[in-house]
Design a protein around this ligand. Structure first.
Ligand SMILES: N[C@@H](CCC(=O)N[C@@H](CS)C(=O)NCC(=O)O)C(=O)O
Length: 225
């Protein structure tokens, strides 16, 4: 079955699906969509005009969580939602936590202000970044840190979509210049480093770092003149 993923490689939601696709050894074509400069035709793919979206032989699916579920259901063999209803609920809860609680801070505040705003000629609202880092993010990170206590992954020994979803937001935080402090958040820091060394993730990161470097250069030139 042919799969086409529409998205931008620095989107944490697109990354979530790309890691899963690689983890499930699924081939796909990536069609680059810049969320801030979308082609008109993209409304036909996703009327909400957000990435990611996935085209399959049967139609189009939007939203990373729905895509993730579809890939899991359509290509059996992966264990990314765990093995029991309780594990599956835990994975979904942590995925939702990542997508709707971490994302507004890690991606839409830190990453966007530090990296994307300067690229688009907008100011970085450093006060908003500092407020997120010092006030809003710590309680969320503390909760996740505690959820990982004594465990290899969020489900214990079993790698899951929860690790991908949370890790994906932490990668955007890092792209925004904020590495997870390993003294304050040792479990999360360890999760990110284990995730980054998995083949499904390490194969994606060089391309991302290259793009982040180019964007930083572009923003610096733009600011200089
Ligand atoms: N809940 C959605 C969030 C997707 C999302 O917000 N994507 C951003 C890029 S990171 C986007 O396309 N933004 C464009 C816009 O909102 O106009 C998902 O999981 O797919």
């Amino acid at each position: 079955m042919s799969l086409t993923l529409y998205g931008a490689i620095l989107s944490p939601f697109v990354r979530k699906n790309r890691i899963q696709l690689a983890d499930q050894s699924l081939d796909y074509e990536l069609v680059a969509i810049d969320p801030f400069n979308q082609p008109e035709w993209f409304s036909e793919i996703n009327p909400l005009r957000r990435v990611p979206a996935l085209k399959t032989a049967d139609g189009i699916i939007a939203d990373s969580a729905i895509i993730a579920q579809y890939l899991h259901d359509s290509y059996p063999g992966s264990n990314l939602y765990g093995s029991t209803p309780t594990e599956s609920a835990r994975v979904r809860w942590l995925e939702k936590f990542a997508d709707y609680e971490l994302a507004p801070l890690a991606t839409f505040t830190v990453f966007r202000n530090r990296l994307l705003n300067p690229v688009h000629g907008k100011d970085c609202d450093e006060d908003a970044v500092q407020h997120a880092m010092e006030h809003d993010l710590p309680p969320l990170l503390a909760y996740l840190e505690q959820q990982l206590e004594g465990k290899h992954w969020f489900l214990g020994e079993q790698f899951s979509l929860a690790d991908i979803a949370v890790g994906s937001q932490l990668i955007n935080l890092a792209h925004g210049g904020q590495l997870i402090d390993e003294l304050q958040w040792p479990n999360l820091s360890c999760l990110l480093s284990k995730l980054s060394s998995r083949q499904s993730v390490s194969s994606l990161l060089p391309g991302e770092h290259q793009l982040v470097g180019k964007l930083r250069e572009f923003a610096a030139k733009r600011q200089a003149g």
